[in-house]
Write a protein that binds this ligand. Structure first.
Ligand SMILES: [Zn+2]
Length: 150
């Protein structure tokens, strides 16, 4: 019983914590299955190819092409102040998709499906809880990353 309890609760908790730590350090992480090598973004604790639970985080570049986008005019609660805003779904170079807001480096009129973009993790520093979102910027955009001790 306790073993089962620990497996269900403890494991996902630590996995999420690791992901948050990487994001806080400016790193965009996907996951790679240790058994079959399949990669996914967002990271998955369980491989959808071979069902293995053995995975490791692998950093993704954030480079991708715009799959689709939409302008949000009627925002959900909490986002009213920032409307209208535009979000896009990106096909990442390493595979997988990311949902992100358009950053200031890409004017609305320049947005085009199929364009190359850079996904950049952003953090609201002033908040104690980790609040991360992704923004879409011009290809080649760089940002600071902390060293990650392995
Ligand atoms: Zn697998």
């Amino acid at each position: 019983m306790f073993k089962w309890f620990g497996k269900v609760n403890y494991t996902p908790y630590t996995k999420v914590t690791d992901f948050a730590r990487h994001l806080r350090n400016g790193r965009l992480m996907g996951s790679r299955c240790k058994k079959c090598g399949a990669t996914s973004f967002p990271p998955r604790a369980d491989c959808d190819t071979c069902m293995s639970e053995q995975f490791e985080f692998s950093e993704v570049s954030g480079k991708g092409t715009l799959h689709t986008y939409t302008k949000i005019v009627a925002a959900p609660t909490g986002f009213e102040d920032v409307t209208p805003y535009t979000v896009g779904v990106v096909d990442l170079e390493e595979g997988g998709k990311a949902l992100a807001w358009f950053g200031e480096s890409i004017p609305e009129n320049d947005i085009e499906i199929g364009m190359e973009v850079q996904v950049v993790p952003r953090i609201f520093e002033e908040l104690e809880e980790i609040k991360v979102y992704y923004s879409l910027e011009q290809p080649g955009t760089t940002w600071s990353k902390a060293e990650v001790p392995e």
